[in-house]
Design a protein around this ligand. Structure first.
Ligand SMILES: NC(=O)c1ccc[n+]([C@@H]2O[C@H](COP(=O)([O-])OP(=O)(O)OC[C@H]3O[C@@H](n4cnc5c(N)ncnc54)[C@H](O)[C@@H]3O)[C@@H](O)[C@H]2O)c1
Ligand SMILES: [Zn+2]
Length: 363
Protein backbone atom coordinates (compact mmCIF):
# COMPACT_ATOMS: atom_id res chain seq x y z
CA UNK A 1 0.00 0.00 0.00
CA UNK A 2 1.37 3.46 -0.88
CA UNK A 3 2.06 5.62 2.13
CA UNK A 4 -0.28 8.55 2.63
CA UNK A 5 0.98 12.00 1.70
CA UNK A 6 0.36 15.18 3.65
CA UNK A 7 0.37 18.58 2.01
CA UNK A 8 0.37 21.59 4.30
CA UNK A 9 -1.68 24.50 3.07
CA UNK A 10 -0.65 27.84 4.50
CA UNK A 11 -2.52 31.02 3.85
CA UNK A 12 -2.00 34.35 5.58
CA UNK A 13 -4.52 33.42 8.21
CA UNK A 14 -4.75 29.64 8.24
CA UNK A 15 -2.73 26.46 8.05
CA UNK A 16 -4.20 23.03 7.56
CA UNK A 17 -3.22 19.60 6.29
CA UNK A 18 -4.49 17.88 3.17
CA UNK A 19 -4.13 14.14 3.72
CA UNK A 20 -4.06 12.01 0.60
CA UNK A 21 -4.01 8.27 1.05
CA UNK A 22 -5.79 5.02 0.31
CA UNK A 23 -7.97 3.95 3.22
CA UNK A 24 -7.72 7.25 5.11
CA UNK A 25 -11.49 7.37 5.54
CA UNK A 26 -11.06 4.61 8.12
CA UNK A 27 -8.89 7.00 10.12
CA UNK A 28 -11.23 9.95 9.83
CA UNK A 29 -11.96 10.09 13.57
CA UNK A 30 -8.28 10.36 14.44
CA UNK A 31 -7.52 12.83 11.66
CA UNK A 32 -10.43 15.10 12.59
CA UNK A 33 -9.41 15.08 16.26
CA UNK A 34 -5.80 15.78 15.34
CA UNK A 35 -6.99 18.80 13.35
CA UNK A 36 -8.45 20.29 16.52
CA UNK A 37 -12.08 19.24 16.40
CA UNK A 38 -13.22 18.71 19.97
CA UNK A 39 -16.98 19.25 19.96
CA UNK A 40 -19.86 17.63 18.15
CA UNK A 41 -19.45 16.40 14.63
CA UNK A 42 -22.03 16.80 11.91
CA UNK A 43 -21.49 14.96 8.68
CA UNK A 44 -23.16 16.48 5.64
CA UNK A 45 -23.58 14.30 2.57
CA UNK A 46 -26.13 13.35 -0.07
CA UNK A 47 -28.04 10.04 -0.26
CA UNK A 48 -26.30 8.46 -3.27
CA UNK A 49 -22.86 9.09 -1.78
CA UNK A 50 -23.95 8.10 1.71
CA UNK A 51 -25.36 4.84 0.43
CA UNK A 52 -21.96 3.92 -0.99
CA UNK A 53 -19.64 5.26 1.67
CA UNK A 54 -21.71 6.29 4.69
CA UNK A 55 -21.13 3.09 6.65
CA UNK A 56 -17.34 3.48 6.48
CA UNK A 57 -17.59 7.15 7.49
CA UNK A 58 -19.90 6.33 10.39
CA UNK A 59 -17.60 3.58 11.61
CA UNK A 60 -14.65 5.92 11.57
CA UNK A 61 -16.50 8.82 13.18
CA UNK A 62 -18.15 7.12 16.07
CA UNK A 63 -20.99 9.31 17.32
CA UNK A 64 -21.11 11.76 14.42
CA UNK A 65 -24.55 12.96 13.36
CA UNK A 66 -25.38 12.61 9.67
CA UNK A 67 -27.42 15.24 7.83
CA UNK A 68 -28.47 14.58 4.23
CA UNK A 69 -28.87 17.20 1.51
CA UNK A 70 -30.18 16.58 -2.00
CA UNK A 71 -27.65 15.53 -4.63
CA UNK A 72 -26.48 17.43 -7.68
CA UNK A 73 -25.76 20.92 -8.95
CA UNK A 74 -29.43 21.93 -8.78
CA UNK A 75 -29.25 21.46 -4.99
CA UNK A 76 -26.46 24.02 -4.70
CA UNK A 77 -28.79 26.74 -3.45
CA UNK A 78 -29.47 28.95 -0.46
CA UNK A 79 -32.58 26.89 0.08
CA UNK A 80 -30.46 23.79 0.72
CA UNK A 81 -28.24 25.79 3.05
CA UNK A 82 -31.31 26.95 4.98
CA UNK A 83 -32.39 23.31 5.44
CA UNK A 84 -28.92 22.52 6.79
CA UNK A 85 -29.21 25.41 9.29
CA UNK A 86 -32.56 23.95 10.39
CA UNK A 87 -30.97 20.56 11.02
CA UNK A 88 -27.95 22.02 12.81
CA UNK A 89 -30.08 24.22 15.05
CA UNK A 90 -32.56 21.46 15.86
CA UNK A 91 -29.71 19.14 16.76
CA UNK A 92 -28.34 21.79 19.12
CA UNK A 93 -25.17 22.50 17.14
CA UNK A 94 -22.99 25.08 18.89
CA UNK A 95 -19.84 27.10 18.17
CA UNK A 96 -17.69 24.11 19.02
CA UNK A 97 -19.23 21.95 16.30
CA UNK A 98 -17.36 20.60 13.30
CA UNK A 99 -19.07 20.20 9.93
CA UNK A 100 -17.65 17.36 7.86
CA UNK A 101 -18.65 17.43 4.20
CA UNK A 102 -18.53 14.03 2.52
CA UNK A 103 -19.13 14.28 -1.20
CA UNK A 104 -18.23 15.96 -4.45
CA UNK A 105 -17.79 19.66 -5.09
CA UNK A 106 -21.48 20.33 -4.61
CA UNK A 107 -21.63 18.88 -1.10
CA UNK A 108 -18.29 20.51 -0.27
CA UNK A 109 -19.35 23.95 -1.45
CA UNK A 110 -22.76 23.80 0.25
CA UNK A 111 -21.59 22.20 3.51
CA UNK A 112 -18.68 24.62 3.51
CA UNK A 113 -20.94 27.63 3.06
CA UNK A 114 -23.17 26.38 5.89
CA UNK A 115 -20.06 25.97 8.07
CA UNK A 116 -18.83 29.44 7.12
CA UNK A 117 -22.06 31.12 8.13
CA UNK A 118 -23.68 29.00 10.87
CA UNK A 119 -23.05 30.89 14.13
CA UNK A 120 -20.65 33.09 12.11
CA UNK A 121 -18.48 30.14 11.32
CA UNK A 122 -17.77 26.68 12.70
CA UNK A 123 -14.98 24.24 11.92
CA UNK A 124 -15.04 22.50 8.56
CA UNK A 125 -13.47 19.28 7.31
CA UNK A 126 -13.69 18.23 3.66
CA UNK A 127 -13.85 14.57 2.70
CA UNK A 128 -13.98 14.90 -1.09
CA UNK A 129 -15.42 11.90 -2.91
CA UNK A 130 -14.99 12.90 -6.57
CA UNK A 131 -11.67 13.35 -8.34
CA UNK A 132 -12.63 16.97 -9.08
CA UNK A 133 -13.26 17.65 -5.42
CA UNK A 134 -10.06 15.90 -4.35
CA UNK A 135 -7.83 17.88 -6.70
CA UNK A 136 -9.72 21.15 -6.79
CA UNK A 137 -12.77 22.20 -4.80
CA UNK A 138 -11.76 20.84 -1.38
CA UNK A 139 -8.55 22.88 -1.33
CA UNK A 140 -8.49 26.65 -1.25
CA UNK A 141 -11.34 27.71 1.00
CA UNK A 142 -13.90 28.83 -1.55
CA UNK A 143 -17.39 27.81 -0.52
CA UNK A 144 -20.77 28.90 -1.81
CA UNK A 145 -23.92 28.34 -3.75
CA UNK A 146 -25.51 29.28 -7.05
CA UNK A 147 -28.07 31.99 -7.66
CA UNK A 148 -30.88 31.72 -10.16
CA UNK A 149 -29.02 34.29 -12.25
CA UNK A 150 -25.63 32.65 -12.19
CA UNK A 151 -23.29 30.04 -10.79
CA UNK A 152 -21.32 30.55 -7.57
CA UNK A 153 -22.59 34.10 -7.08
CA UNK A 154 -23.09 33.70 -3.32
CA UNK A 155 -20.15 32.56 -1.26
CA UNK A 156 -17.40 33.03 1.24
CA UNK A 157 -13.82 32.13 1.94
CA UNK A 158 -13.76 29.56 4.72
CA UNK A 159 -10.67 27.39 5.03
CA UNK A 160 -11.19 23.87 6.38
CA UNK A 161 -9.21 22.59 9.38
CA UNK A 162 -8.33 19.50 7.34
CA UNK A 163 -8.97 17.78 4.03
CA UNK A 164 -9.01 13.99 3.83
CA UNK A 165 -8.74 12.73 0.25
CA UNK A 166 -9.06 8.98 -0.01
CA UNK A 167 -8.70 7.63 -3.57
CA UNK A 168 -10.54 4.43 -2.57
CA UNK A 169 -13.72 6.52 -2.54
CA UNK A 170 -13.23 7.06 -6.27
CA UNK A 171 -13.72 3.36 -7.03
CA UNK A 172 -17.48 3.94 -7.28
CA UNK A 173 -17.34 7.16 -9.28
CA UNK A 174 -18.96 7.01 -12.74
CA UNK A 175 -16.29 7.04 -15.45
CA UNK A 176 -17.41 10.33 -16.93
CA UNK A 177 -17.18 12.06 -13.55
CA UNK A 178 -13.75 10.56 -13.08
CA UNK A 179 -12.57 11.80 -16.47
CA UNK A 180 -14.02 15.22 -15.77
CA UNK A 181 -11.72 15.54 -12.76
CA UNK A 182 -8.78 14.26 -14.73
CA UNK A 183 -8.91 17.25 -17.09
CA UNK A 184 -8.28 19.48 -14.08
CA UNK A 185 -5.21 17.38 -13.31
CA UNK A 186 -4.01 17.96 -16.88
CA UNK A 187 -4.64 21.67 -16.26
CA UNK A 188 -2.32 21.62 -13.23
CA UNK A 189 0.31 19.93 -15.33
CA UNK A 190 0.12 22.60 -18.01
CA UNK A 191 0.14 25.53 -15.60
CA UNK A 192 2.73 24.31 -13.14
CA UNK A 193 4.32 20.92 -13.69
CA UNK A 194 5.54 19.19 -16.80
CA UNK A 195 6.35 16.27 -14.52
CA UNK A 196 2.72 15.88 -13.49
CA UNK A 197 1.65 16.16 -17.12
CA UNK A 198 4.09 13.43 -18.12
CA UNK A 199 3.05 11.29 -15.18
CA UNK A 200 -0.55 11.36 -16.41
CA UNK A 201 0.63 10.46 -19.94
CA UNK A 202 2.71 7.60 -18.64
CA UNK A 203 0.34 6.17 -16.01
CA UNK A 204 -2.93 6.76 -17.83
CA UNK A 205 -4.01 3.11 -17.93
CA UNK A 206 -3.36 2.62 -14.21
CA UNK A 207 -5.07 5.94 -13.48
CA UNK A 208 -8.16 4.76 -15.34
CA UNK A 209 -7.99 1.54 -13.34
CA UNK A 210 -8.03 3.84 -10.29
CA UNK A 211 -5.02 2.18 -8.79
CA UNK A 212 -4.35 3.96 -5.50
CA UNK A 213 -0.60 3.69 -5.99
CA UNK A 214 -0.79 5.96 -9.05
CA UNK A 215 -3.69 8.09 -7.87
CA UNK A 216 -2.07 9.15 -4.60
CA UNK A 217 0.86 11.00 -6.21
CA UNK A 218 -1.36 12.49 -8.93
CA UNK A 219 -3.89 13.82 -6.41
CA UNK A 220 -1.20 14.96 -3.98
CA UNK A 221 0.74 16.83 -6.65
CA UNK A 222 -2.44 18.52 -7.90
CA UNK A 223 -3.30 19.58 -4.34
CA UNK A 224 0.23 20.83 -3.82
CA UNK A 225 -0.01 23.03 -6.91
CA UNK A 226 -3.37 24.43 -5.89
CA UNK A 227 -2.17 24.90 -2.30
CA UNK A 228 0.91 26.80 -3.53
CA UNK A 229 -1.16 29.16 -5.59
CA UNK A 230 -3.73 29.66 -2.83
CA UNK A 231 -1.00 30.27 -0.25
CA UNK A 232 0.27 33.15 -2.33
CA UNK A 233 -3.12 34.54 -3.23
CA UNK A 234 -5.86 33.45 -0.87
CA UNK A 235 -8.49 35.82 -2.18
CA UNK A 236 -7.86 35.65 -5.89
CA UNK A 237 -6.31 38.99 -6.60
CA UNK A 238 -3.95 37.80 -9.29
CA UNK A 239 -1.94 34.61 -9.19
CA UNK A 240 -4.95 32.48 -8.33
CA UNK A 241 -6.28 33.32 -11.76
CA UNK A 242 -3.72 30.97 -13.30
CA UNK A 243 -6.01 28.21 -12.01
CA UNK A 244 -8.50 29.53 -14.55
CA UNK A 245 -6.42 28.25 -17.44
CA UNK A 246 -8.87 26.67 -19.88
CA UNK A 247 -11.81 28.15 -18.01
CA UNK A 248 -12.44 31.30 -20.07
CA UNK A 249 -13.66 29.36 -23.08
CA UNK A 250 -14.67 26.40 -20.88
CA UNK A 251 -17.13 28.40 -18.79
CA UNK A 252 -18.55 29.99 -21.92
CA UNK A 253 -19.15 26.58 -23.52
CA UNK A 254 -20.90 25.43 -20.36
CA UNK A 255 -23.02 28.57 -20.25
CA UNK A 256 -24.17 28.49 -23.88
CA UNK A 257 -25.10 24.84 -23.52
CA UNK A 258 -26.94 25.66 -20.29
CA UNK A 259 -24.73 23.31 -18.27
CA UNK A 260 -26.46 20.34 -19.85
CA UNK A 261 -24.25 18.74 -22.42
CA UNK A 262 -20.71 18.93 -21.07
CA UNK A 263 -19.21 17.82 -17.81
CA UNK A 264 -17.22 20.73 -16.38
CA UNK A 265 -13.91 19.05 -17.15
CA UNK A 266 -14.93 18.38 -20.74
CA UNK A 267 -15.64 22.07 -21.27
CA UNK A 268 -12.29 22.89 -19.66
CA UNK A 269 -10.61 20.44 -22.03
CA UNK A 270 -11.96 22.44 -24.99
CA UNK A 271 -10.94 25.62 -23.20
CA UNK A 272 -7.37 24.38 -22.78
CA UNK A 273 -7.19 23.44 -26.45
CA UNK A 274 -8.49 26.86 -27.45
CA UNK A 275 -6.03 28.67 -25.16
CA UNK A 276 -3.21 26.51 -26.52
CA UNK A 277 -4.12 27.45 -30.09
CA UNK A 278 -4.31 31.12 -29.19
CA UNK A 279 -0.95 30.98 -27.45
CA UNK A 280 0.62 29.08 -30.34
CA UNK A 281 -0.74 31.61 -32.84
CA UNK A 282 1.00 34.33 -30.84
CA UNK A 283 4.21 32.33 -30.95
CA UNK A 284 4.13 31.84 -27.19
CA UNK A 285 3.55 28.08 -26.96
CA UNK A 286 5.77 25.56 -28.78
CA UNK A 287 4.02 23.39 -31.35
CA UNK A 288 5.39 20.20 -29.77
CA UNK A 289 3.84 21.08 -26.40
CA UNK A 290 0.58 21.95 -28.06
CA UNK A 291 0.58 18.61 -29.84
CA UNK A 292 1.33 16.78 -26.58
CA UNK A 293 -1.60 18.51 -24.90
CA UNK A 294 -3.96 17.71 -27.77
CA UNK A 295 -2.80 14.11 -27.78
CA UNK A 296 -3.28 13.66 -24.04
CA UNK A 297 -6.74 15.20 -24.15
CA UNK A 298 -7.63 12.89 -27.02
CA UNK A 299 -6.39 9.91 -25.01
CA UNK A 300 -8.62 10.83 -22.10
CA UNK A 301 -11.56 9.95 -24.28
CA UNK A 302 -14.00 11.44 -26.74
CA UNK A 303 -15.46 14.86 -25.93
CA UNK A 304 -19.09 15.65 -26.78
CA UNK A 305 -19.16 17.62 -30.03
CA UNK A 306 -19.15 21.43 -30.06
CA UNK A 307 -19.74 21.79 -33.80
CA UNK A 308 -23.27 23.11 -33.44
CA UNK A 309 -22.40 25.81 -30.90
CA UNK A 310 -22.52 29.37 -32.09
CA UNK A 311 -19.20 31.21 -32.02
CA UNK A 312 -21.03 34.50 -31.49
CA UNK A 313 -22.87 33.10 -28.49
CA UNK A 314 -19.65 31.73 -27.00
CA UNK A 315 -17.94 35.12 -27.49
CA UNK A 316 -20.85 36.86 -25.84
CA UNK A 317 -20.69 34.49 -22.89
CA UNK A 318 -16.96 35.16 -22.56
CA UNK A 319 -17.58 38.90 -22.48
CA UNK A 320 -20.24 38.48 -19.82
CA UNK A 321 -17.93 36.41 -17.65
CA UNK A 322 -16.08 38.06 -14.80
CA UNK A 323 -12.72 37.61 -16.49
CA UNK A 324 -13.40 40.68 -18.57
CA UNK A 325 -12.12 43.58 -16.48
CA UNK A 326 -12.51 47.14 -17.78
CA UNK A 327 -13.68 45.78 -21.11
CA UNK A 328 -10.44 43.90 -21.73
CA UNK A 329 -10.26 40.15 -21.82
CA UNK A 330 -7.77 38.57 -19.47
CA UNK A 331 -6.59 35.13 -20.38
CA UNK A 332 -4.11 32.62 -19.03
CA UNK A 333 -1.95 31.30 -21.85
CA UNK A 334 0.56 28.46 -21.70
CA UNK A 335 4.14 29.27 -22.63
CA UNK A 336 5.34 25.69 -22.23
CA UNK A 337 4.11 22.63 -20.37
CA UNK A 338 4.45 23.81 -16.77
CA UNK A 339 4.30 27.58 -17.18
CA UNK A 340 1.77 30.24 -18.13
CA UNK A 341 1.53 33.95 -18.72
CA UNK A 342 -1.45 36.22 -18.14
CA UNK A 343 -2.36 38.48 -21.03
CA UNK A 344 -5.00 41.21 -20.97
CA UNK A 345 -5.25 42.24 -24.59
CA UNK A 346 -6.99 39.33 -26.28
CA UNK A 347 -8.88 40.45 -29.35
CA UNK A 348 -12.16 38.96 -30.50
CA UNK A 349 -10.54 37.77 -33.74
CA UNK A 350 -8.08 35.67 -31.81
CA UNK A 351 -10.89 34.10 -29.80
CA UNK A 352 -12.81 33.37 -32.98
CA UNK A 353 -9.89 31.65 -34.56
CA UNK A 354 -9.22 29.66 -31.36
CA UNK A 355 -12.88 28.61 -31.35
CA UNK A 356 -12.64 27.55 -34.99
CA UNK A 357 -9.62 25.43 -34.11
CA UNK A 358 -11.67 23.41 -31.61
CA UNK A 359 -14.56 23.02 -34.03
CA UNK A 360 -16.86 25.92 -33.12
CA UNK A 361 -17.59 27.37 -36.50
CA UNK A 362 -21.28 28.18 -36.28
CA UNK A 363 -22.26 31.86 -36.56
N1 LIG B 1 -14.89 25.63 -4.20
C1 LIG B 1 -14.09 25.52 -5.23
O1 LIG B 1 -12.98 26.03 -5.23
C2 LIG B 1 -14.57 24.76 -6.44
C3 LIG B 1 -13.65 24.42 -7.44
C4 LIG B 1 -14.11 23.67 -8.51
C5 LIG B 1 -15.44 23.29 -8.58
N2 LIG B 1 -16.30 23.64 -7.58
C6 LIG B 1 -17.71 23.23 -7.63
O2 LIG B 1 -17.77 21.81 -7.57
C7 LIG B 1 -18.99 21.38 -8.15
C8 LIG B 1 -18.74 20.17 -9.01
O3 LIG B 1 -18.22 19.14 -8.20
P1 LIG B 1 -18.24 17.62 -8.68
O4 LIG B 1 -17.74 17.54 -10.06
O5 LIG B 1 -17.59 16.84 -7.63
O6 LIG B 1 -19.80 17.31 -8.81
P2 LIG B 1 -20.88 16.73 -7.76
O7 LIG B 1 -20.55 17.12 -6.38
O8 LIG B 1 -22.20 17.08 -8.29
O9 LIG B 1 -20.66 15.16 -7.89
C9 LIG B 1 -20.92 14.55 -9.13
C10 LIG B 1 -21.78 13.30 -8.98
O10 LIG B 1 -20.97 12.26 -8.47
C11 LIG B 1 -21.64 11.60 -7.41
N3 LIG B 1 -20.60 11.09 -6.52
C12 LIG B 1 -19.82 11.79 -5.69
N4 LIG B 1 -18.91 11.00 -5.11
C13 LIG B 1 -19.14 9.76 -5.58
C14 LIG B 1 -18.51 8.50 -5.39
N5 LIG B 1 -17.43 8.39 -4.62
N6 LIG B 1 -19.01 7.43 -6.03
C15 LIG B 1 -20.07 7.55 -6.86
N7 LIG B 1 -20.69 8.72 -7.10
C16 LIG B 1 -20.23 9.80 -6.48
C17 LIG B 1 -22.51 12.64 -6.80
O11 LIG B 1 -23.57 12.03 -6.12
C18 LIG B 1 -22.95 13.45 -8.02
O12 LIG B 1 -24.08 12.89 -8.58
C19 LIG B 1 -19.54 22.58 -8.91
O13 LIG B 1 -20.66 23.08 -8.21
C20 LIG B 1 -18.41 23.58 -8.89
O14 LIG B 1 -18.88 24.91 -8.88
C21 LIG B 1 -15.88 24.37 -6.52
ZN1 LIG C 1 -12.55 23.83 -13.16
Amino acid sequence: MTAPVQIDVRTETHAYPVHVGAGLVDQLGTLVSAAGSTGRRFVISSPPIWKLHGAAVERALDGAEAIMMPDGEQAKTLHTVARLYDALIRAGGDRGATVIGVGGGVVGDVAGFAAATFLRGVRLVHVPSTLLAQVDSAVGGKVGVNHELGKNLIGAFHQPIAVVADPLLLATLPRREFRSGLYEVVKYGVIASRELFERVERDLAAIFDRKPAVLVPVIAESCRIKADVVAQDERESGLRRTLNFGHTVGHAIEAVSRYQRYAHGEAVAYGMLAAAQLAAARGLFPGSDRAALAELIAKLGPLPSVSDLSAAAVCKAIRRDKKVLDGRLHMILPVRLGATVTVNDVAEDEIRSALRSIGIRGK
